[in-house]
Design a protein around this ligand. Structure first.
Ligand SMILES: Nc1ncnc2c1ncn2[C@@H]1O[C@H](COP(=O)(O)OP(=O)(O)OP(=O)(O)O)[C@@H](O)[C@H]1O
Length: 226
C-alpha cells in the first residue's frame, strides 16, 4: 500500500550536499492496508522529514515513494495534489484547523475540495465517537486543545483515506488527554480500514501502533519499546 524504496535525503539549503551528510540514508519500508506504524527517534533524527517524503510533500533526493501503486514523485503536481486530497489524511501537533471555518466546515473541507460526496452516516458516527457533535457550529478558537485535536482527527478520516499521517498528534496535549485522543485515533483509523504512519517522541503513544521503528544515524532500526 505505502512503499518507500531506498530513500536518501539531505538538505542543500543547510549546505549539506555530500552523501555523508544525509538526514536519511537508504531507507526502505512497506506499510500494508490497515497497519499502523510509529516512528520514533531523537530530535533532529529526520522523523518529520521521512513523514513529509512519504506523504508526497517533500521530494527525496534519491529513492521512490509508491502509494497504492502510484509513484508519487513521478506524478504531475496537479495529480499529486489530487491524490493527497483523496487518499491521505493528516493530523499535526498544532491541530492546523482553519480559523475562519466552523468545526463541521473544517471536517468537510477536504471532501469539498475534491468534490467528493460526503458519507453523512460516517460523518455522524465520527462526530459521535469523537464527542464533537455539540461543537459542530463553533469556531476552532472556541475549543480546547483536546477538542481541536478531535476535530482534526475527524477531518483526517472523514473521506476514509488510504493512509493517515500523524506528526506528534498528542504533542500539545497532557498525559491523560494524549491517551484518550490516541486511542480514538487508532480506533477510527481501524474502522476506516486506513493505515497510520505516526511520528512520536512518546514510547507510551508508540505502543498504540502495531509496530515501532526508530530513526538512528539516518537509518531505520527496530525500536526497543516495540
Ligand atoms: N528545510 C530544511 N532545510 C535544512 N535542514 C532541514 C530542513 N528541515 C529539516 N532540516 C534538518 O534535518 C534534520 C531532520 O529534521 P526533522 O525535522 O526531520 O527531525 P525530527 O526527527 O522530526 O525532529 P524533532 O523530533 O525535533 O521534530 C535536522 O537536522 C533539521 O535541522
Amino acid at each position: 500500500m505505502l512503499e518507500l524504496e531506498t530513500i536518501s535525503h539531505w538538505f542543500e539549503s543547510s549546505g549539506a550536499t555530500e552523501p555523508g551528510q544525509r538526514v536519511l540514508n537508504n531507507i526502505s519500508l512497506t506499510l500494508h492496508q490497515g497497519e499502523s506504524l510509529a516512528l520514533m527517534g531523537n530530535s533532529g533524527s529526520g522523523k518529520s522529514t521521512l513523514l513529509q517524503i512519504a506523504a508526497g510533500l517533500e521530494r527525496p533526493q534519491m529513492g521512490q515513494v509508491k502509494l497504492t501503486g502510484e509513484l508519487l514523485y513521478q506524478l504531475a503536481d496537479k495529480r499529486l495534489s489530487a491524490l493527497r486530497r483523496e487518499k491521505i489524511g493528516f493530523v499535526f501537533q498544532q491541530f492546523n484547523l482553519l480559523p475562519g471555518l466552523t468545526v463541521v466546515d473544517n471536517i468537510l473541507f477536504q471532501s469539498r475540495l475534491s468534490k467528493r460526496a460526503v458519507d453523512q452516516q460516517w460523518l455522524n458516527h465520527l462526530m459521535a465517537e469523537l464527542s464533537i457533535e455539540e461543537l459542530k457550529h463553533r469556531l476552532p478558537e472556541q475549543l480546547s486543545g483536546g477538542q481541536q485535536q478531535r476535530v482534526a482527527i475527524a477531518r483526517a478520516i472523514a473521506h476514509k483515506p488510504c493512509i493517515v499521517f500523524a506528526d506528534e498528534p498528542t504533542g500539545n496535549l497532557n498525559d491523560s488527554l494524549s491517551h484518550s485522543v490516541m486511542a480514538l485515533l487508532i480506533h477510527l483509523v481501524q474502522e476506516a480500514n486506513s493505515s497510520l504512519l505516526m511520528v512520536t517522541h512518546s514510547a507510551a503513544m508508540a505502543d498504540y501502533a502495531d509496530s515501532v521503528l526508530k530513526l538512528q544515524q539516518s537509518q531505520l532500526i527496530a525500536a526497543a519499546t516495540a
